[in-house]
Design a protein around this ligand. Structure first.
Ligand SMILES: [Zn+2]
Ligand SMILES: [Zn+2]
Length: 168
């Protein structure tokens, strides 16, 4: 099942940076967030958008500082509902002659996707409760972009006019 059904991460883009306490380095570090648009795929055909996923990593050790993974929930819930609807619909749709193979794959894969998405939601929810307090980190005071080395603009929020990264 796992070979043809899973999650696709599209177009990773750097979203922002800030200082955060890295539990791996045991120090205040610059962390950056990368946003991907995730889809559930079947046979590598993206089927269901499950929303933008934000991943944080420490720019020193490259690992995810514990407890600051965030996901936009509403999109995930929408994906869950779509999967639930799809799972029911596919079981109540008569199978056309000649389509037996794909129909049965969908009948099995959609409920598996539904369960996997539900588990995933529970997992990230429990992760969120272990958020590390930002007060352990030095304040983010950069006035130039750490990637482009040009001065940051402070309107409407701190951001880089060159690469668009935000100081969070
Ligand atoms: Zn680190
Ligand atoms: Zn920049």
């Amino acid at each position: 099942m796992i070979f043809f059904f899973g999650r696709y991460r599209f177009s990773p883009r750097r979203y922002g940076f800030r200082n955060e306490f890295c539990t791996h380095c045991n120090a205040s570090r610059r962390v950056e967030s990368t946003v991907t648009s995730d889809f559930l795929h079947l046979f590598w055909i993206p089927l269901i958008p499950i929303g933008d996923h934000e991943t944080w990593s420490c720019t020193t050790c490259g690992k995810a500082p514990h407890g600051i993974q965030r996901t936009r929930y509403s999109f995930k819930i929408a994906g869950l509902l779509l999967l639930a609807f799809g799972s029911f619909a596919i079981w109540f749709t008569p199978i056309e002659p000649g389509d037996e193979a794909i129909a049965w794959v969908m009948r099995l894969a959609l409920p598996v996707g539904l369960v996997a998405t539900a588990f995933h939601l529970v997992r990230i929810r429990s992760k969120q409760s272990t958020r590390v307090a930002s007060s352990d980190a030095e304040p983010t005071t950069d006035t130039s972009c750490p990637y482009c080395e040009v001065p940051l603009l402070d309107q409407p929020d701190w951001h880089c006019g060159s690469c668009g990264v935000r100081r969070l």
